[in-house]
Structure formats: structure tokens, C-alpha cells
Ligand binder design. Sequence first.
Ligand code: ATP
Ligand code: MG
Length: 340
Amino acid sequence: MRDARFTPRVFSGIKPSGGLTLGNYLGAIKRFVQTQDAATHETIYCVADLHAITVWQDPKELHAATREVAAAFLASGIDPERSVLFNQSQVSQHAELAWIFNCVTRLGWMNRMTQFKEKAGKNAEAQSLGLYAYPSLMAADILLYHATHVPVGEDQKQHVELTRDIAAKFNHDYKVDLFPLPEPVIEGPAMRVMNLRDGTRKMSKSGESDMERINLTDDADTILRKFQKARTDPAPLPETVEGLQGRPEARNLVEIYAALAGIAPAEVLARHPGAGWGTFKPALAELAVETLSPVSREMARLMADPAEIDRLLARGAERARAIAAPVLSRTYEVVGLLRG
Ligand code: ATP
Ligand code: MG
């Protein structure tokens, strides 16, 4: 249910934690552009550099990765005039509100976050406190703008739900109606693009092997090779979507095709009746190249002028601060922090 007390506003972000993948494109960027173009909501998009450093990032590579995420947004159709586009660390209010939320969030809530468990693996003791507290910063990212809608991939649903819990507890504890309860927006096929080598794990930019993901910057030959080597079972495509049950790799490739073509998975199966992988994989690769190559070409063009990207991000940060500063001031006031 939409929180009707607040004007609809969209916020989302992507971490500069490595090269962007097809999962980021289908689950996030493509939908950010559609939301902007629908023009029904104000749209705010952020390169989440403070989130990226929850795991080690080489400082020099972080600059390049930050610009690359910004370039991917721009190349895919984010208009820096219509949307607010910036990198998180230039708006200090994110970190400040996150601290307040650290004091609202309960440890028991954090302990239920599956992303931390997945990322920490067996070695939770050696992870940064930041990785553990990540969802509290994400709640601050969203609530600092009073965002009501958060387009994300399926993997981030739990964090948006936690954001609602944090907003509700803050409002309740301080007896205010300061923060909206934002909704995750997760619509369409390929909201959880899976790893090409293991259909039970999601595709991630920080995944171990390059063969498990399609990068936005991969060339046509690489994309074809990766799809051809993608793990599948030996059976051909089924007649109906029900036939994809228990076949995670087959389902993944069909859903990727559907999302790229803008059609339903059932339509993909109807267009390729009983196709074997020898014909379906090259068709999928061709479609992926057709979609991604204009984006990667434009990204390369933009990356050749880093000063222009920096200028756009600084300008976006200024606009973001204009929204964020009054919300943080009001929060400090409600919490009882003395301001001169
Ligand atoms: P990392 O491995 O560093 O966590 P990531 O690929 O998961 O990187 P994020 O920056 O964590 O990317 O997420 C950015 C956005 O992309 C989020 O909205 C997330 O839900 C979405 N996303 C990430 N991976 C996928 C995927 N495999 N399928 C669909 N959406 C995805
Ligand atoms: Mg992630």
C-alpha cells in the first residue's frame, strides 16, 4: 500500500563495487529509466559509494567504478536534469541519518538480514561492521528523501522492508509522522537474474568468476561465449512456463530473454517451440548484444570525459542536499539534538 501522506518519490541506488552486470541492468537501471520517463514520480538515483566500501575497494579503482556506474545511468537514459543523479558520499546527510537509524534499529532485525549472511559466508567475524550495518545506511538513503517507492531487484526486498520497520519505529518512538513507509517495486521478469554457472545463486558484480556474469561492457564475442558456456540441463525448452519448474538454469535464460525483449516468458517459449540450447543460446546472445551494445558504446564515450561526469555528479549532489538537509535538520530536532 502506498503511503498516501507523502508525495510519490522514487529513490534507488547502485554500488560502485565492480563492473555492472546484466542483473543490474534488468533489475535496476532499465527500470530506473522507465520510471523517470513515465514522469509520474520525482526520481532520485545514487551511486552508492559509501555502501561499496563495506567490503574492500581499492581507492583508485573506486573513482573509476563510481564514474562507471554514473556513465551506465546516463548511457541507459537517465537524464541528469529530470532525475537527481549523484554519488552518495557527496551528500553527508546519508551518513548522519544512518547513525540516527543505527540507534533505532534493533540487533534482532539486523540478524535476520539474509544478504549479510550470504556475503559474510562462514567468515562473519572478519567482516566489517559497515557490512553488517549496511541496511541502516540504506534506510537512511531512502528516508532522507521521503521516498515512497524503491525500484530494486528481488535481492533487496528485505532491506526495503526493514526500512519500513525503521521508519515505523522512529515515528512511533518519537510520536511523529516524519518518515513514510516506502514500498519496494519489483515488477517484471528477471528481477533476480541468476549466475550463469550456478542457477541457484544470483548474478553479482562482485561474484568470483567473470564467466558467471554478463558485464555491460562485454563485447559481442564475450557475450556469445558466456551464454554458450552457461550451465543448463540437457532437455530442450518446454512448451509452457510450468515446464520450467525445477529447472533454474533454463528458467533464468528464458526470463533474461523475456526481460530483454520486453515480452512475457510464455511468449518466449511460444516463439521458440521446443528449441534446444544450440539454437536458443545464440538467439539470446544476439538479443543481449543488440540491447547492451548501444549502452556500452555510450558508456565508453562518457568515460572518456571524466571531468564532465564529475561535474554532473557534483551538480546532482547539490540538488540532493537541498532536499536532504531540511529532512535531517527536522530529524535532529525531533531526536532532541541541540543545534545552535
Ligand atoms: P554486489 O555483488 O557488490 O552486491 P550487485 O550486483 O548485487 O553487487 P548492487 O549494487 O548490490 O549490485 O545492487 C544494485 C541494484 O541491482 C539493486 O537494485 C539490486 O537489487 C539489483 N540487482 C543486483 N543483482 C541483481 C540480479 N542478479 N538480478 C536482478 N537485480 C539485481
Ligand atoms: Mg548486491
